[in-house]
Design a protein around this ligand. Structure first.
Ligand code: HEM
Length: 195
């Protein structure tokens, strides 16, 4: 079997994308996650979810430089979902011990959790409709429209981050991510209004 150079590159990128997860597991096993391991787990997985979301959005402007990059977009989007799922799972398990009444109260009463929750549900929707079978079933145009929700999700996640940080007074990191997102949205503005 002959492997194309691009498939090889894609496989290498796949392994690189797994490194943050592997590092978290190694640090967890070695008791090396700092004074508050639960907080580190929730924060790091959330940050990687957001980083992969922004990387996915960056593919479209970057493909002007190299058109083959578009073939990486789905994988990066699914990595965002993977890290977001780990993030939510760590929250449900370590912070709430699967106490569904507490979780529901949190979603209703804490606006930053409410926004995170809706962003996650939308991300889940994109993940389950990301395969070729779903593209065929929905039709290219409908699928494309649905997948533009990624912009709303990215805005939701930055708001989630901002509101969370606001309660701890320092919003400098979410501000940085908000600026990166604003730049990416500016690139996409003409396309958003194209039908
Ligand atoms: C049901 C959905 C979600 C819940 C319950 C949730 C929960 C949380 C919690 C409790 C924190 C604060 C951690 C702390 O105070 O130390 C947090 C922070 C964060 N979350 Fe979420 N989240 C959700 C969805 C998402 C999604 C979908 C993403 C990204 C794709 C995301 C990205 C982040 C980021 C970037 C932070 C800030 C990390 C930092 O402080 O460095 N969250 N989330």
């Amino acid at each position: 079997m002959k492997i194309s150079p691009f498939s090889l590159l894609k496989s290498i990128i796949f392994i690189v994308c797994l490194i943050p997860c592997i590092m978290l597991i190694i640090n967890l096993l070695n008791d090396n996650l700092g004074v508050n391991p639960i907080e580190t787990l929730i924060r790091d997985t959330g940050l990687w979810g957001l980083r992969f979301l922004l990387l996915t959005l960056a593919i479209t402007p970057l493909r002007i430089i190299w058109s083959a990059l578009i073939k990486l977009r789905r994988m990066l989007g699914l990595f965002s979902f993977f890290y977001a799922t780990l993030h939510v799972f760590c929250y449900l398990w370590f912070e709430q011990q699967f106490d569904w009444n507490e979780i529901l109260a949190d979603i209703i009463e804490r606006p930053f959790i409410t926004v995170g929750f809706f962003s996650f549900i939308l991300l889940l929707l994109l993940a389950i409709t990301s395969n070729n079978k779903m593209i065929k079933r929905l039709g290219g145009k409908q699928w494309q429209l649905l997948h533009r929700l990624i912009y709303l999700i990215a805005i939701g996640v930055v708001v989630h981050f901002w509101w969370m940080a606001q309660s701890k007074v320092d919003v400098s990191t979410p501000l940085l991510y908000a600026i990166i997102l604003a730049i990416l949205l500016l690139f996409r503005l003409p396309l958003l209004f194209k039908n």
